[in-house]
Design a protein around this ligand. Structure first.
Ligand code: TA6
Length: 277
């Protein structure tokens, strides 16, 4: 009997959250049967490649990495079910996933670590609580961490993203040069790949599915990455349809501009709340 690879949190009223243990990737979040996340029709589920869509877990590295794959190994390894989905007295549903060092991870990154990833499905919200622990007695390690969320949208050209005004950003479409965001709201009308630094706790994306708004609240994730490959780079990805770029926008809470430094015996916690408004 093949071990389970998919965990479903079902809150009733067609509100569900589905997690693929490959990368602990949230591959579906339905609110009253409305899917909030984008997963490419060409996404691979071979247990090797990162799933193209949903919410890949980026750790211990954001971006290219000399020791291993881009965006680190967490999104391409099988996570454990620490706590199976359980209904809380509030009616919300909670599950906990975990990842620790292995021969595979140590082949790239020689540190012991314990990652726990708690998801809570509420009526119109999805909560993410992450803790990473350094069990070593004497070794300090540093890392990036980011939730690479692909939001499903009817037309990205009609979305506005708040909470970026005045922030500096690294523009990866312009050789990583640093600029200042002068717009009150950010819109997407071309290839966009920006690391906004020291951003506020809250962003709102307008015109997500059903014309609703999506609120993102983040804690201990000081940066926000905004990405859409547009036509130019949609073609570069075999697991992304050439015509899919209008139907997604990545707005990613992360700690990527600077690494987290984790001293021996200490933990780092970060969280995100997504809310359909
Ligand atoms: O989060 C934006 C980004 O860093 C882009 O530069 C693009 O590379 C995207 O991630 C997807 O990366 P992947 O390794 O999943 O193809």
């Amino acid at each position: 009997m093949a071990a389970t690879s998919v965990v479903v949190l079902d809150r009733g009223n067609n509100t569900t959250c589905t997690i693929n243990l490959h990368g602990a990737t949230v591959v579906s979040w339905r609110v009253n049967n409305q899917e909030q996340l984008f997963v490419s029709k060409q996404a691979q589920f071979d247990g090797k490649k990162a799933i193209r869509g949903g919410i890949p877990f980026v750790f211990p590295q954001f971006g290219p990495w000399p020791y291993g794959p881009q965006h680190g190994f967490a999104r391409i390894v099988r996570w454990n079910i620490e706590k199976a989905p359980e209904r809380l007295p509030s009616g919300d549903v909670e599950a906990i996933f975990s990842l620790m060092d292995s021969d595979f991870t140590r082949s790239m990154w020689s540190y012991d670590f314990r990652l726990t990833y708690r998801l809570i499905l509420r009526e119109k919200e999805l909560h993410f609580n992450i803790a990473i622990y350094n069990p070593s007695k004497d070794l300090t390690f540093s890392f990036n961490m980011l939730l690479h969320t692909y939001f499903k949208v009817p037309d990205v050209r009609r979305c506005q993203i708040t909470g970026l005004h005045g922030c500096t950003f690294v523009d990866k479409t312009r050789d990583g040069a640093i600029y200042h965001e002068a717009r009150d709201v950010v819109t997407i009308g071309e290839w966009t790949d920006r690391i906004y630094q020291n951003t506020p706790h809250e962003h709102i994306i307008t015109n997500v599915v059903s014309g609703r708004k999506m609120r993102i609240q983040k804690y201990n994730f000081p940066d926000t990455v905004v990405w859409n490959p547009w036509m130019d780079h949609a073609k570069d990805m075999s697991d992304f349809g050439d015509d899919e770029y209008p139907n997604m926008v990545c707005v990613e809470a992360g700690h990527v501009s600077s690494p987290v430094i984790l001293l021996p015996g200490t933990a780092f916690e970060a969280s995100q709340i997504l809310q359909v408004m």
